[in-house]
Design a binder for this molecule. Structure first.
Ligand SMILES: Nc1ccn([C@@H]2O[C@H](COP(=O)(O)OP(=O)(O)OP(=O)(O)O)[C@@H](O)[C@H]2O)c(=O)n1
Ligand SMILES: C[C@](O)(CO)[C@H](O)COP(=O)(O)O
Length: 427
């Protein structure tokens, strides 16, 4: 396909007024070099163009790398040349790199890094349709005075006649090349050369976002505008449920000491079947001999069956956090075949889950757990459990507990259920 439009991006200036040791185009603007950001609208153009980037002689290798990285697969459409000591010399170097097929040339300052793609499209359309030079400009809003150069006002200029001009400036190629070949002075923009050569220049409406990053204040302002435009990083929620059975009574075990079920809210009690406290033949290989729940050991309480310590509260929290961070669930993350987790306590899973969540780029907001259990009596150790779990996750964990008034397997003291919800924030 023949390409008829070229965009010359001049990036060879030193940026004296910005005051960095690096050339201005290589200075970072919200984590990316100004040069890279200035190329975004060029690569957003619907039509393919020849991109000519004019880079500073010093650091030319770094500048070339930035252009190649930004261009990616479009690198083949890029020409990179070294600039001169003035802007005009840099543009001349860019003109020398144009492909023979080019008919329309846009010249753009890398320093106008936030220029919208629509401004490029409008200039291309204006030059193509009229065959004349077209430049973007904004009305001047301040009152402008002419001075004698020594601080004395000579006259008030009629500002309705004025326009503050920006880039990209667009030209028929032949006009621009001839104007540069005939140039006898140094001009601050390309339209001035065209006019001096006797051609008309049309002004179309510019965009305030196309302002030139010249001073440290301009750079800070550009950073702020990018931050304001960034999509809001929304928090994510996750849900986790886990149930574990109490170890079953061993044959002939004494069930007389069946605990009363306790509703932490109502204090209501009813008799329940007794789970065995220890050494059940049905216990899974890693099952501990004591009850571990919500990160705490509960001496005298029957253990929960599980490959690990059966801490349903800890496991439900892991599922909620992994799900919130889009990391699957506890089964897919830890796996019951992994001997490292046989008999492991909840803190091992929680600490590793917190590490994975952080590595995935999330910060834990909070975790809330509902424990459904006839035993143990949870309310008395709620604060202790919350402190332990919050410490492991370095985020607030709150736990509420309830019974089911004797209903279902939790009511019959066959096991416990924990339901957790988690909130995580993208960092
Ligand atoms: N010898 C030069 C001078 C300027 N430019 C480019 O022309 C644009 C407009 O120039 P300006 O913003 O004034 O940049 P500097 O000349 O680098 O700034 P200063 O005058 O503060 O040194 C910039 O994208 C700049 O990189 C260029 O390519 N070659
Ligand atoms: C080309 C230009 O951006 C138009 O406003 C401007 O003249 C270049 O800036 P400089 O500081 O005069 O080099």
């Amino acid at each position: 396909m023949t390409v008829s439009v070229a965009v010359i991006v001049v990036a060879a200036g030193s940026g004296t007024r910005l005051g960095y040791s690096l050339p201005k185009a290589l200075v970072s603007l919200a984590q990316r070099p100004i040069l890279s950001r200035s190329l975004d609208p060029v690569f957003a153009l619907e039509r393919e163009v020849q991109l000519v980037v004019v880079v500073p002689r010093q650091h030319s290798a770094l500048a070339e790398q930035i252009v190649r990285d930004t261009a990616g697969r479009a690198s083949t459409s890029c020409s990179i040349v070294v600039g001169g000591v003035s802007r005009q010399e840099s543009v001349a170097a860019g003109l020398a790199a144009l492909e023979p097929s080019i008919e329309v040339v846009l010249v753009h300052d890398a320093a106008r890094a936030l220029t919208p793609v629509a401004q490029f499209e409008a200039i291309i359309a204006a030059v193509t349709e009229t065959g004349l030079a077209a430049i973007p400009g904004l009305p001047v809003s301040d009152t402008i005075k002419r001075t004698d150069g020594f601080g004395r006002v000579v006259a008030t200029v009629d500002r309705s006649e004025l326009s503050a001009v920006q880039t990209p400036q667009g030209f028929p190629r032949a006009q621009l090349e001839a104007a540069y070949a005939a140039a006898s002075g140094d001009f601050t923009d390309d339209a001035a050369l065209i006019q001096t050569a006797g051609h008309d220049v049309t002004i179309i409406s510019g965009d305030p976002l196309a302002f030139k990053i010249t001073t440290p204040w301009d750079l800070r302002r550009a950073e702020q505008l990018l931050a304001d435009a960034a999509p809001l990083a929304l928090p994510r929620t996750g849900l986790g449920v886990d149930a574990h059975a109490f170890v079953t009574p061993a044959a002939g075990a004494d069930t007389a000491a069946a605990p009363a079920t306790v509703d932490s809210a109502s204090g209501g009690a009813r008799p329940a079947a007794a789970p065995a406290a220890v050494d059940s033949p049905d216990v899974a290989p890693g099952t501990t001999k004591e009850l571990w729940l919500a990160g705490l050991c509960w001496p005298g309480e029957p253990a929960l069956v599980g490959h690990s310590d059966g801490d349903a509260v800890a496991h439900a929290i892991c599922d909620a956090l992994l799900s919130a961070a889009g990391l699957g669930d506890i089964g897919s993350t830890f796996g019951t075949s992994d001997p490292r987790f046989a008999g492991a306590h909840g803190d091992v899973f929680l600490a590793e889950t917190a590490r994975l969540v952080a590595a995935a780029g999330y910060r834990i907001g909070n975790v809330s757990v509902q424990l459904v259990a006839a035993r143990p009596r949870f309310a008395a150790r709620r604060a202790e459990a919350e402190e332990v779990l919050s410490g492991i996750l370095t985020a607030p964990v709150s736990i509420s507990a309830t019974t089911t008034d004797g209903l279902g397997f939790t009511g019959r003291t066959e096991g416990v259920v924990a339901i957790a919800s988690a909130l995580v924030y993208p960092r």
